[in-house]
Design a protein around this ligand. Structure first.
Ligand code: SAH
Ligand code: SF4
Ligand code: F3S
Length: 448
C-alpha cells in the first residue's frame, strides 16, 4: 500500500497579498504530494503566514504557535513553519528563534518558491531551517497556485512598496516596488478565463504606480494594463486593490469609465482627513486633493461605490485633527470603511514620534468613527432598495444551499433564493430589503 499523503494546514493573517501567497504555498505543497488537512490534529505540517501591519496579528502568532507545544509532544513528526511578513523583520526573526523552539522552518516573503528544497532539508533533520531574503531582484514566475475559488482569482501585478507612509511596515517587509511583466499577467488572466474564472482582482500595494519600473520597451501603465486585460474571453469582471490617491490619474479614471469589465468600485484609502496629519503620514495629498479626486470619479462614474481605510490616533492627532477625518467621511459618504487604531511599528518614523496618543483616546475616537460610518453604510445600502442589480453568483449558503450569495459590480453582498446550479452565472436580482452589511432580493432573471 502506498504511504498516506502528508497533510498540511496554513493559517493566514493579513491582507489579500498574504491570502494569495498562501494559495501559492498550497500549490507548491500539493505539487509535492501534500493534501489539505481537516484540522490541526490531522496535520503533518502547520504553517503560519504572518502579518506585521499591526501589533494584534503578531501577538496572535506567538500565542498560537506556543499553543502547539502539546500537539508537537504527542506527534513528534509534526513540522511547524512560520513565513510571511513577520519573519522579514530581523527583531521578530530573532524573537521567533528565541521564544518558539518548536518551529522547524522559517521562510521569508521572497523565498516562497524555495519551499520544496527547504522542506527536504527539514525532512533530513537539518532543522530549524531558516531562509529569509531581505529583498529580491526579480519576480519568480511559474509557481503553482491552488486557488480557493474557481470563479474569482487574485492576480499579482506589483510586489512591494516605495511609498514609506510613516506608520507603515509594509515597505520594510515586502521590499521595493516591482512590477510584473504585462505579458505574464496577460498569460495568467487568459489561462484563468479558459479555466472558468469570471472575476479577477489585481493585487498591488499601490496598483496606480504599476509599470514605472518596467524596461522602456515594455513599459505600460496601470490604465494600459486594464485596457489589455479587458478583452480576455471568459473574464466578466475586473477589480483591483489598492489605489493610492496620489497616483490616481485622469487616464485611469477614463479607463475605469470606458472599460466594460472594470467594476464600479474603488477602494481609495484616505487614512486621515486633516492635512497636518496627512503630511506627517507622508501620504502625498491633502484633503482637498482627495475630495477633488472623489468629485472627478463620481462625475465620470456616477454609480461608483467608494470604500476606504482610516487610521485613528496617529501620533500628534488632536481632537480637531480627528474631527477633520469625520468631516471628510461625512462629505465623501463611503459605502464602507476599514477603521484601524494606530499601532506603532518598530523601525517606522511614526513609532519614534514623541506625541503618541493615549490608548483610551484612540478607542473613544474609533467608536465615534465606526458609529458615523455604520450609519452612512446603511443609508448607502438603502439607495439600492427597489433597484435591479447584476450579481455574480458565488454559491449557496452553508445552512441553506438554495439561499444564494453573490456580489454586485459595486461589491455589495447580495442574498436571494435560487437554484444552486446558478453558481458562476451573472443574474439580475431586485433588491427588496437592505441591512448595513448586505442586501436581500429576488431573482429577476438568470443570465444577464
Ligand atoms: N497598500 C495599501 C494597504 C496597506 S496595509 C494602502 O496603501 O492602502 C492596509 C491598511 O492598514 C492601511 O491602509 C492602513 O489603513 C492600515 N495600517 C497600516 N499600518 C498601520 C499601523 N501602523 N497602524 C494601524 N493601521 C495601519
Ligand atoms: Fe503602507 Fe503606504 Fe505602502 Fe500602503 S502605500 S503599503 S500604507 S507604505
Ligand atoms: Fe499584508 Fe500584513 Fe504583510 S497587510 S503585506 S500581510 S504586513
Amino acid at each position: 500500500m502506498p504511504a498516506a499523503k502528508p497533510k498540511y494546514l496554513i493559517n493566514t493573517f493579513g491582507c489579500q497579498m498574504n491570502e494569495h501567497d498562501s494559495e501559492k504555498i498550497a500549490g507548491l505543497l500539493e505539487a509535492m504530494g501534500y493534501q489539505p488537512a481537516g484540522d490541526r490534529e490531522e496535520a503533518d505540517l502547520i504553517l503560519f503566514n504572518t502579518c506585521s501591519v499591526r501589533d494584534n496579528p503578531e501577538r496572535k502568532v506567538y500565542g498560537q504557535v506556543a499553543g502547539l507545544k502539546g500537539l508537537k509532544q504527542r506527534k513528534p513528526d509534526l513540522k511547524i513553519g512560520i513565513c510571511g511578513c513577520m519573519v522579514q523583520q530581523p527583531e521578530e526573526l530573532a524573537g521567533i528563534k528565541a521564544k518558539l523552539p518548536q518551529v522547524d522552518l522559517v521562510f521569508g516573503t521572497h523565498n516562497i518558491h524555495e519551499l520544496p528544497e527547504l522542506l527536504q532539508k527539514v525532512a533530513v533533520g537539518e532543522g530549524p531551517v531558516i531562509a529569509v531574503e531581505e529583498d529580491s531582484e526579480e519576480i519568480v514566475e511559474g509557481v503553482p497556485v491552488r486557488r480557493e475559488s474557481r470563479l474569482k482569482a487574485w492576480v499579482n501585478i506589483t510586489y512591494g512598496c516605495n511609498n514609506f507612509c510613516t506608520y507603515c511596515i509594509v515597505p520594510y517587509v515586502r521590499g521595493r516596488e516591482k512590477s510584473r511583466d504585462p505579458e505574464q499577467i496577460l498569460a495568467e488572466v487568459t489561462a484563468l478565463g479558459e479555466d472558468g474564472c469570471k472575476e479577477i482582482t489585481l493585487l498591488g500595494q499601490n496598483v496606480n504606480s504599476y509599470g514605472r519600473d518596467l524596461p522602456a520597451d515594455r513599459r505600460v501603465d496601470f490604465a494600459d494594463l486594464l485596457r489589455r486585460l479587458n478583452p480576455v474571453p471568459g473574464i466578466e469582471r475586473i477589480r483591483f486593490t489598492t489605489s493610492h490617491p496620489k497616483d490616481l490619474s485622469d487616464k485611469m479614471i477614463s479607463a475605469m469609465k470606458e472599460l466594460d469589465k472594470v467594476c464600479e468600485h474603488l477602494h481609495l484609502p484616505l487614512q486621515a482627513g486633516g492635512n497636518r496629519i496627512l503630511q506627517r503620514m507622508n501620504r502625498g495629498y491633502t484633503a482637498e486633493m482627495y475630495l477633488e479626486l472623489v468629485g472627478k470619479l463620481r462625475q465620470a462614474i456616477p454609480e461608483i461605490s467608494l470604500t476606504t481605510d482610516l487610521i485613528v490616533g496617529f501620533p500628534g492627532e488632536t481632537e480637531e485633527d480627528f474631527e477633520e477625518t469625520l468631516r471628510v467621511v461625512r462629505e465623501v459618504r463611503y459605502d464602507g470603511a476599514f477603521t484601524f487604531i494606530y499601532s506603532p511599528r518598530k523601525g517606522t518614523p511614526a513609532a519614534g514620534m514623541p506625541d503618541q496618543v493615549p490608548e483610551d483616546v484612540k478607542r473613544e475616537r474609533i467608536y465615534r468613527l465606526i458609529e458615523l460610518q455604520q450609519g452612512i453604510s446603511r443609508e448607502k445600502n438603502e439607495e439600492y432598495d427597489g433597484q435591479t442589480v447584476e450579481v455574480l453568483v458565488e454559491g449557496g449558503s452553508k445552512t441553506d444551499p438554495e439561499i444564494l450569495t453573490g456580489r454586485t459590480r459595486t461589491n455589495k453582498l447580495v442574498h436571494f433564493a435560487g437554484d444552486p446550479a446558478l453558481t458562476g452565472e451573472l443574474v439580475r436580482v431586485k433588491i427588496t430589503n437592505v441591512h448595513t452589511w448586505s442586501l436581500f432580493g429576488n431573482l429577476v432573471d438568470a443570465g444577464v
